[in-house]
Design a protein around this ligand. Structure first.
Ligand code: MTE
Ligand code: CO
Length: 428
């Protein structure tokens, strides 16, 4: 059910996720002075020595493979219990509200498995290319590493990201509403080099990548995409792929729905038509109001979300200098602009894009403003390099109905209360 209420209804009468539209102060967008600094009164935390300065710390032999500080234990992937009937066929979510910049650390990339994490021995792993080719080939991992390789940053978003929000605001936290996305620098071989090696027959139009896990996942990928920018990747953020992400080899399908990025990649069949696999018929299709289903909706539409503040990351102050930040991405290119509103869409401000602006990657944005302490209704709206503007949730529902799970790229609203608490709402 939706958590919308009509203007005029009192906020307390509504559920915790609803919000009364109107009557909000439009906070100014100018940062005033250094109000965030503490005053110069004596503070034991600076005048007294701490326990960590009294003894020697651990030596260089203590952490052969480093892990985050013990004070960062809350920075973890999380799942939603009612979405996790069996952990082997489920999903967990990237803690977007704990991250900054654009790169997702390897241990925090959300996971989506259909048959658990396969433990694949790279020495025994092979990639086969067969079907409509002149020369069927089998590659070892060492063979693949003799092809020219490239490094590229791409987001991977599951088509079901934000799927639980189609009918109304539901999950309280951007980790859960938007955390089926990660952004990683991949090292891999352009798939076209391998296809050229095998020799594609002139009748070839489609590929069917297949996973080596127990789900043997398959999807039909059009040949034009494979020849354009797909990679066969063996490293992420500089190190070998993590087991969760398909070690030792995964397909990278930039800008397209995560389901096509086959993990533990073992075979690519070349054909002249799509295979109509489970993942492109009963799943990953969008049932419309008229009973027809959209198919092969591969590209991930332009989308953004404010990650801080957000329900899991409330504001810790009650007025003054405040930073809003979030991420934006598009499966069709780069992000041209992100607009932010703090008054439910009455006024929009251009956010500051910072950090690299890469094709089919997350982009980081900031909006720095002076909070007057009144409740806020925050939204972000991204515009990509093709000029596409991220739609509202209601615009999406008008176009596609509410039967869908997939491809929800609607504008997210967060309600910030006077005490800094944040909740997931929709504006009616
Ligand atoms: N590949 C295989 N072999 N098995 C799987 O279960 N899940 C798919 C895709 N590739 C899957 C797979 C889905 S639905 C998504 S969204 C992405 O992998 C998730 O990738 P990640 O686990 O790196 O986040
Ligand atoms: Co998925």
């Amino acid at each position: 059910m939706t958590n919308k209420i009509k203007p005029g209804q009192s906020e307390s009468a509504a559920s915790r996720r609803t919000f009364l539209k109107g009557g909000l102060a439009a906070g100014g967008a100018i940062v005033a002075g250094a109000t965030a600094a503490r005053s110069a009164t004596p503070d034991k935390a600076i005048t007294e020595p701490h326990e960590w300065a009294q003894t020697l710390g651990e030596g260089v032999d203590a952490r052969p493979y480093g892990t985050p500080s013990e004070f960062e234990k809350h920075v973890v992937r999380r799942n939603v219990s009612w979405l996790t009937a069996t952990p082997e066929s489920s999903v967990n979510f990237t803690p977007l509200h704990e991250l900054d910049g654009i790169i997702t650390p390897n241990g925090l990339c959300f996971e989506r498995h259909h048959a658990g994490i396969a433990v694949v021995d790279p020495a025994k792993h092979r990639l086969m290319i067969n079907g409509l080719v002149d020369k069927p080939l089998v590659f070892t991992m060492d063979d693949l590493k003799r092809f020219p390789r490239v490094n590229k940053v791409f987001f991977l978003e599951c088509a079901a990201n934000s799927g639980m929000e189609w009918r109304g605001a539901q999950l309280n936290g951007c980790q859960f509403t938007h955390g089926m996305v990660h952004n990683v620098m991949y090292t891999g071989v352009p798939l076209k080099y391998l296809l050229e090696e095998a020799g594609i027959k002139s009748s070839a139009k489609w590929l069917m990548p297949e996973g080596a896990d127990a789900s043997g996942m398959t999807r039909s990928v059009p040949l034009f995409k494979a020849l354009d920018d797909c990679l066969v990747a063996f490293a992420m953020n500089g190190e070998a792929l993590r087991p969760e992400q398909g070690y030792p080899l995964r397909l990278v399908v930039p800008g397209w729905e995560g389901n096509m990025w086959v993990k533990w990649l073992r075979r690519i069949e070349v054909g002249d038509q799509p295979w109509h696999a489970r993942e492109e018929t009963s799943k990953y299709t969008d049932l419309m109001e008229n009973g027809k289903a959209r198919r092969f909706t591969w590209e991930m539409d332009c989308k953004s979300v404010i990650t801080n503040p957000s329900p899991q990351a409330p504001l810790k102050h009650t007025q003054g200098q405040t930073v809003i930040t979030g991420v934006a991405w598009s499966g069709r290119g780069t992000i041209k602009r992100v607009d932010v509103t703090i008054d439910g869409g009455k006024n929009w401000h251009t956010a500051r894009l910072d950090g690299p602006s890469l094709d089919k990657s997350l982009h980081r944005f900031y909006f720095d403003f002076n909070w007057d302490g009144k409740p806020l209704l925050m939204q972000s709206r991204a515009i990509d390099s093709t000029g596409y503007v991220q739609p509202t949730k209601n615009e999406l529902r008008k176009a596609r109905g509410t039967n869908s799970i997939y491809h929800n790229n609607g504008i997210q609203t967060w309600h910030v209360r006077e005490n800094g608490a944040v909740e997931n709402v929709e504006i009616s």
